[in-house]
Design a protein around this ligand. Structure first.
Ligand SMILES: O=C(O)/C=C/C(=O)CC(=O)CC(=O)O
Ligand SMILES: [Ca+2]
Ligand SMILES: [Mg+2]
Length: 401
């Protein structure tokens, strides 16, 4: 599928770029096929009422501006890019994507990671806790999550240095220190908060579209040996805080309306603040089809539509205690895994804890080796049978420092 078909006028994802001749000058852009429209320059040329947010060196001011502005800007962009009378002006501010360097488009405020795939949670439970129930008793009553490390969220293309830390080999009585031997990926979808909320005021299910601006693909790199030793009883810590990679493109929720789907059937009635079967609540699932490539080989195709908990429920849960949202908060869905083997979004699951390595032309892989490169891509159904591409998230493993 060509880029013009995946990044057409119904998509219009936002990013932050610089050019080789002005590396310190960061500019907002919107992707259109294989080009990027320089938003500050286009806004000045067209006299946009939103020129102040569009010429900022970050997406954060637009995120903070709120949904009415997001919608007005999106309709202006469509107009500039599709109306024949604007063609000549717009063309002057379109730059070839291949000439640009892409940056992390917004300042990440808080970072939260959930655990919302029933298939992933069941697989991980069986692998990590073979003697217990795969799903903990709370799993179908609340979306489980943890707070991660916002400062180590990096843009696609940033090298990932193999983390060092403590791990306890099964037949040793004390831990050892060194480079992780079980470095893994997690294919996830990240949700970017735009409009903040007040401390003490929960955001309900119906507030999702007012607060969440858009989505980004996300790889939650995970050191399984560090994680297995450290996580009891407070949850993931250093095994997941060394790097989290995101796509340089933030796709607005408004581009994903045709991809909305109902979430899976719920097995237990939900408390009212999470009950999305109630009258007047829009379907909270999204049909995003993810592809995971390792060294250029497709190793998994996780289907986001199978996620048990939706992003709207995660937002409602995250704020039900009165915690406030800040512009730039990023929360990740949790690893996306479907029911089939080839739909598993982590090597932990694909190789069943390393016991069933993948056979690749360059050799077997249980976990990642130095030099390995992982690329996540995704698309969603768009209006009129078209496709909405989500930008890729790429990362290569470098040896421990
Ligand atoms: O201990 C466990 O059950 C596993 C926890 C995780 O791996 C946390 C995580 O990142 C969840 C996810 O991405 O779905
Ligand atoms: Ca994760
Ligand atoms: Mg992480």
């Amino acid at each position: 599928m060509s880029d013009s078909a995946l990044f057409g006028p119904d998509n219009l994802p936002y990013g932050l770029f610089s050019t080789p001749d002005q590396p310190g000058h960061r500019r907002l852009g919107v992707r259109f096929g294989d080009d990027v429209l320089d938003l500050g320059a286009a806004a000045a040329a067209f006299g946009s009422p939103h020129a102040d947010v569009l010429r900022a060196p970050s997406l954060s001011p637009l995120l903070a501006a709120g949904r009415p502005v997001w919608q007005e800007v999106r309709s202006e962009l469509r107009d500039w890019l599709t109306d024949d009378t604007h063609r000549a002006t717009t063309a002057r501010h379109l730059l070839p994507l291949s000439d640009l360097r892409l940056h992390l488009p917004f300042e990440v405020a808080d970072y939260v990671d959930f655990y919302a795939s029933e298939h992933h949670a069941t697989n991980v439970g069986r692998i990590f806790r073979p003697d217990g129930e795969a799903l903990t008793p709370n799993w179908k009553h609340l979306p489980i999550g943890y707070h991660g490390r916002a400062g180590t969220v990096v843009v696609s293309g940033t090298p990932v240095v193999r983390p060092q830390g403590q791990r306890k080999p099964p037949n040793e009585s004390v831990p050892v220190f060194g480079p992780s031997r079980r470095l893994d990926i997690e294919a996830e979808v990240g949700f970017v908060v735009g409009a903040p909320s007040e401390l003490g005021s929960p955001v309900g299910l119906t507030g999702f579209r007012d607060h969440v601006f858009g989505v980004t693909l996300l790889n939650d790199w995970s050191a399984r040996d560090l994680q297995a030793w450290e996580y009891v009883p407070l949850g993931p810590f250093l095994g997941k805080s060394f790097a989290t990679s995101v796509s340089p493109w933030i796709t607005p929720l408004d581009a994903l309306d045709a991809a909305r789907v109902p979430p899976p059937e719920r097995d237990f009635p939900l408390l009212p603040y999470l009950d999305d079967s109630a009258e007047g609540i829009e379907p909270g699932g999204y049909d995003l089809r993810i592809t995971v490539e390792l060294n250029g080989h497709v190793i998994a195709e996780p289907p986001f539509a199978t996620m048990y908990w939706t992003a709207a429920q995660q937002l409602a849960h995250m704020t039900v205690n009165g915690a406030s949202l800040r512009t730039g908060d990023l929360y990740a869905s949790g690893t996306v895994s479907g029911p089939e083997h080839k739909q598993r979004g982590s090597l932990l699951e694909l190789t069943w804890g390393g016991r069933e390595p993948l056979a690749l032309p360059e050799g077997e892989r249980a976990f990642l080796e130095d030099g390995d490169e992982v690329v996540l891509t995704a698309w969603a159904p768009g209006p009129g049978g078209g496709r909405i591409g989500l930008g890729e998230v790429r990362g290569r493993v470098e040896p421990s420092a």
